[in-house]
Design a protein around this ligand. Sequence first.
Ligand code: GDP
Length: 603
Amino acid sequence: MAEEEIKKTIEIPAKITVREFALKLNKPVTELIAILMENGILASQNELIDYETAAIISEDLGIKTKLKKEEQEFEAITPDEILKKEDKAKLKPRPPVVVVLGHVDHGKTQLLDTIRKTNVVAKEAGGITQHISAYQVEKNKKIITFIDTPGHEAFTAMRSRGTKIADIAVLVIAADDGVKPQTKEAIKIIKAGGIPFIVAINKIDKPEADIEKVKKQLADLGYLPEDWSGKTICTPVSAKTGQGINELLEMILLVADMEKDEIKANPEGELLGTIIESRVDPQEGAVSVVLIQNGSLKIGDTVEVGRVYGKIKTMKDFKGELLRQAMPAQPVKILGLKDSPVVGEILRIAKNLSKLKKNIKKHRLDYHLKTPTQIKFKTKKQDEEEKEEEKKSAKTKKVKPLNIVLKADTLGSLEAISEALNQIKHEDFKIEIVHRGLGNITEADVGRAEAAHGLLYGFNVKPTSSAENVAKGEEFQIKTFNIIYNLVDEVTKEAELLLNPEILVETLGRVKILAVFRNEKTYQIIGGKVTKGKIVSGAKAKVFREKQKVASGRITQLQINKKNVKEVAEGLECGMKFEGEPVVQVNDFVEVYQEKKIFKKLS
Ligand code: GDP
């Protein structure tokens, strides 16, 4: 009982990764992710949530929380706090940051591609080769930054950190399909993010497009379009033909102008950026894309991002051009961090590097060296029993990991698939969903799957063209499905490959040794009569003397009347070369056998 009492108050730092939080709650990470989702927070196990969120979730589960003081070692700040500290007089307008959301297949990717292709001026022939998860376009001499991760991902990071990365959302609704469940989900997320949105009614080139129907559906949801004397801005576009794209960009600038008091930063002020992409490149090391939000980032700056630090060695803009300095609202690819940071984390100038290093070391010892399954709230007895168990199983076999990155179109399907995959269990392997999320498969997903030596699956979603390119370049396979059963079946097949095969020994025949013609160090030439079954050249052999096994080896040559043969049948006499310990004597029996690997199936 006393133990129960103790468990009811847990200490949580100002920011905690989902994984660490799950450990504190003594719950499987997947279960916690599901609980977070129910609360509208999409976060993978390595993403951070703040104390307030963790406290609410804990309370719902009947667990009290206390803010852990010492964790202030990793100074908790929110971008808003930094911006609030800025001298108002020094704030200057910066480009608006735009994020695109909407139901799967409504054209988010195509829209982002079309805007990028038609509005980014590639400096030289060959165009833009370096693809990163954000880009900038120029319209009417003004810059707009687009977060090039269609779907909810950018917002996930934003909400989980309480960070505001986007100023405006574009909600894509296909005119031939109308408002769908994910459209509503996207509106909810945008509302929670507290930013204005513009509806892009897409695919108007299609004959079955029905713009008015979409407007009616929006009105029914309480978002009355402007031309119906409401406030919701709707612009018809075709991401395919480019029709209406200019108007959409103009609308974005208009909304940005209405919000101009908010869309400001001090380029001379304290550096603040948010990680919007993070992966490990085999050649380049930790590659991150950071969106600068305040101050400016310069080559040579020593920065900290959560528990990661490093000196900025190289900085490139989205076109792949080298930069010396990056300004607010500019997305840049940076090299030089010692490790890959978590998407959504805040980048700042490292203030006290030696303290940070010390804390990182301490923190690693606390958490990172232990896997989630190792640190649990356990009684001493449970702990001892488990250790015994572990020791035993470590001696006999290794559990092979099967890591999976899973992307799906809706929370429901994500949940259903995770649940189904959790049912695939066997002592030889362990399936772990290392990352799951909504929306199309991005470059970051490929990076995650590769880093985990895992498999990358999509359900009712597709890889973005850049994800496809990266995967192709690295010969990494992305598999997508639209039937849950097929996805589960595929994972089952992959898992079956990890089952330790059963070795079946099949005796082929026996030969009684009648003569030993030659003894060498590693082989003997012997002769005998097949008393049972058949002897096969190349087969493995065991030597028996009075029913005791005395040696083992292989029959590498077989002769009848000095002619090489492949097999000798029962009743016949033959000569043999026995390779193995040369101990065979007259009257011994040599038994030949074959081993069959039986690949097991998961029933
Ligand atoms: P996402 O899932 O929202 O990112 O959707 P995609 O951008 O991948 O588009 C889904 C499908 O719709 C693709 O086959 C696109 O080629 C197609 N599509 C996107 N926009 C348009 C459009 O404006 N007109 C037409 N006819 N097809 C489009």
